[in-house]
Design a protein around this ligand. Structure first.
Ligand code: ZN
Length: 292
């Protein structure tokens, strides 16, 4: 089934931790999320039982400018990149195409990993991303997703970065879950390492964004720092197209290890994903409201 094709594609782990790029993405603006209406086989968890999305809430350019107590993120633009996509496994000819991420050439996109029980990373990332988008919009932010459903292919990691750049995002985050060693547990935030001539200007703000997300995520979800990657929940990377090619502050997060039984149980739980959403929103909000 799906993951047979996945193996055929030669991509299993969240190696693609990486981000984005494009070929088959929906039309450039179609990839930009609409009112968040996923239609794929894996519906995202409902993000906020207590506060359903309000379709009347103004978003984007028409939103009132300037923050207020009720809309502290008014005027801010956030790009959320749900890693991978549900249709990737069936289209290795597309996602295995090599793209240039400056430090190397790598696959346009990958299938991502899954839990032992078969809960796929792409469904997880889409669930978290749509819940996060809903929450941030309620706070007044304009939110753009790099894919609008969980059954398409791609976009390529390069295109995912481009979406954040074109939006002039105040912050961008790529959401993933890892396919690490089964004995390893925990999350890590991936921040950009310097790729001279490319991402110089985003190194410092991205690190600040990463630290804010690391701290809030740890506090709100209770998830431990990764026991097998990074240091105290932070890892500097120069192999990810999404970070190398970004011109806006950006980080990745590996929310947990799907190959670890305890993490897998948490990541599969809609209630835990809601805590993830709250943790990420708190980290992003802290960064966006901090001066400078
Ligand atoms: Zn991934």
């Amino acid at each position: 089934m799906v993951f047979i094709a996945l193996l055929a594609a030669g991509v299993t782990a969240c190696s693609a931790t990486d981000t984005p790029a494009a070929g088959v993405a929906p039309a450039p603006s179609a990839g930009v999320d609409g009112p968040g209406a996923p239609s794929g086989p894996a519906r995202p968890a409902r993000a906020s039982p207590t506060a359903p999305a309000d379709p009347s809430t103004p978003v984007g350019p028409s939103a009132p400018a300037g923050p207020s107590a009720a809309r502290p993120l008014a005027g801010k633009v956030v790009v959320i990149d749900p890693g991978h996509n549900g249709g990737n496994a069936a289209h290795p000819e597309i996602i295995n195409r090599l793209v240039n991420v400056v430090t190397e050439r790598k696959a346009c996109d990958t299938t991502g990993t899954q839990t032992d029980a078969g809960y796929p990373e792409h469904a997880f990332t889409f669930s978290v991303a749509t819940g996060l988008a809903r929450l941030l919009r309620r706070e007044g932010a304009k939110v753009i997703l790099t894919r609008s459903n969980d059954h398409g292919v791609g976009p390529c990691i390069t295109q995912r970065a481009r979406i954040g750049n074109r939006a002039h995002a105040d912050a961008a985050i790529s959401v993933h879950a890892d396919g690490g060693p089964p004995s390893g547990i925990g999350f890590q935030v991936l921040v950009p390492g310097l790729v001279p001539g490319y991402n110089n200007r985003i190194i410092r703000p991205s690190r600040r964004l990463g630290l804010g997300i690391r701290t809030a995520y740890h506090r709100i979800t209770g998830e431990p720092y990764s026991t097998y990657a990074g240091q105290r929940g932070i890892e500097v990377r120069t192999d990810l197209g999404g970070l190398n090619l970004s011109t806006v502050p950006k980080v990745f997060i590996e929310c947990g290890n799907m190959r670890n039984a305890a993490d897998a149980a948490r990541l599969t739980s809609p209630a835990f994903r809601q805590r993830i959403v709250k943790g990420l929103a708190a980290g992003l909000t802290a960064f966006l409201r901090a001066p400078g």
